[in-house]
Design a protein around this ligand. Structure first.
Ligand code: AMP
Ligand code: MG
Length: 420
């Protein structure tokens, strides 16, 4: 048996970062930038108004107040998206809207509220003039060109994970397409004579294939593209054919067929067509686990992760081993989930020196986290995984966790934690 770290190390050693692709901006959400992006111009491109009001010269309104307003001539109007044709001279003003470029000569914007515009409208006074009711220092209510980004600046470095804000920043630079590390295609194959497709009627002795759905959804949620390879029976020939259909994937994931009773099926195929790196990991659930590489005709090898068939085991081993592999392929740097410390509310016993990943629901009371087991921890009880917001990690050397003890919890779903 090998440790979780050793197993993960062996998998990640084999995994390479994938190639780049160029795609429309919105399609790049969640991917890693593969180029350095420099600003082709200032953002904002020019000085513009931060308020609806009047663009004036600070010198024209010196000493203005509500009692003694300064009356200026209105020589034009400028809306967002247009450019004023007039120049603001002392004693004049231009009516301006938020986002409109500052007219030449103006150095301050006086918001409508600090003018007599409303009164002028109400009393049908001339709108060719405007009374300014306050004095403002130069630069007030102006957004300076380049105040966000300066032309030529390195705005985003290669390796940056693109979230909604990054996409917004790239759009502000007019980048319609960007170069990113591509998403991996992950083949998902279920194995087992008893496993039935969800569109078939349930027959005696059979169960529905849940693993394909939970695993493919994990692939999707971590940024990969799942390729469903169906269900292979416990038969070397058919399993081999099914796996071969996924040879052009970046990674293959099978579920089932690796426990003592029947592991020979997956093992035999790997032995014939690839090689096996390891078989058992010191963890619970998920002890039986295969990692190998499967040979393509080109000679290039595809990593194959043989997960156990039990629905909870397959999901947890996916979390621990396949998730970091997918993230690494995508060029991501942070491969680990965030962990918190929480007070365990139930008893957990650890009798055989393996690392336990216990399904827990996290609640927060008076600024502290508490973890309670989501129910019986059998590795076939998938609803207990569905209720979990995290996995409490019980070290190999800890024989017993008594209620009230502090544990480390790897967080899977913060929303679930907050719902509770
Ligand atoms: P195995 O690892 O093949 O021995 O399977 C362990 C347990 O998981 C058995 O009870 C299987 O019936 C169950 N199992 C295997 N594959 C699936 C699957 N795709 N969906 C749901 N349960 C499965
Ligand atoms: Mg099986």
């Amino acid at each position: 048996m090998i440790s979780v770290e050793e197993a993960l190390g062996k998998i990640l050693d084999f995994i390479d970062i994938l190639e780049e692709e160029e795609k429309p901006l919105l399609d790049c959400l969640g991917q890693v930038l593969a180029e350095d992006v420099y600003a082709p111009f200032d953002v904002p491109p020019q000085d513009n108004s931060a308020m609806d009001g009047y663009a004036v010269r600070a010198g024209s309104i010196e000493g203005a107040s509500y009692e003694h307003s300064k009356v200026l001539r209105v020589i034009g109007e400028v809306a967002a998206g247009t450019v004023a044709k007039v120049k603001v001279e002392p004693g004049t003003s231009v009516r301006i809207m938020t986002g409109a470029p500052l007219p030449q000569g103006a150095d301050v914007v006086v918001p409508f509220e600090a003018t007599d515009e409303v009164d002028r409208k109400r009393f049908s006074l001339s709108e060719a003039e405007i009374g300014i009711c306050c004095s403002l220092p130069e630069g007030s209510n102006i957004r300076r060109g380049g105040e966000d980004i300066v032309e030529g600046e390195l705005v985003m470095k290669q390796g940056r994970l693109l979230g909604p804000t990054e996409l917004g920043v790239l759009a502000s630079l007019g980048k319609g397409k960007v170069r990113v590390i591509r998403r991996p295609v992950v083949g998902v194959l279920a194995t087992g004579d008893e496993v039935l497709d969800i569109n078939q009627p349930l027959l005696p002795g059979k169960i529905y294939n849940s693993n394909t759905y939970s695993l493919a959804a994990q692939v999707l949620s971590f940024g990969g593209i799942p390729r469903l390879l169906g269900i292979a029976p416990d038969n070397v020939g058919q399993l081999s054919v099914a796996l071969r259909r996924g040879l052009d994937c970046d990674m293959l994931i099978t579920s089932g067929g690796v426990s003592l009773g029947d592991y020979d099926v997956v093992k035999q195929v790997l032995a014939a067509e690839g090689d096996i790196s390891f078989w058992t990991v010191r963890m619970k659930p998920g002890k039986p686990l295969a990692f190998g590489t499967f040979k393509r005709n080109s000679g290039k090898r595809v990593p194959h992760l043989g997960l156990p068939g039990n629905p909870v085991s397959s999901m947890i081993t996916f979390e621990v081993f396949a998730r970091p592999a997918i993230l690494k392929m995508m060029g991501k740097r942070n491969l680990t989930r965030p962990t918190i410390t929480a007070t365990m509310e139930d008893l957990i016993e650890n009798n055989d020196g393996r690392r336990i990943f216990a399904r827990v629901l996290i609640s927060s009371r008076e600024g502290s986290y508490f973890a309670s087991l989501t129910g019986p921890q059998g590795s076939g009880i998938l609803t207990s995984m569905a209720k979990a917001s995290g996995l409490a990690i019980i070290p190999e050397t800890t024989k017993e966790v008594k209620p009230g003890t502090t544990v480390e919890v790897m967080m899977l779903d913060w929303d679930k934690a907050q719902d509770s």
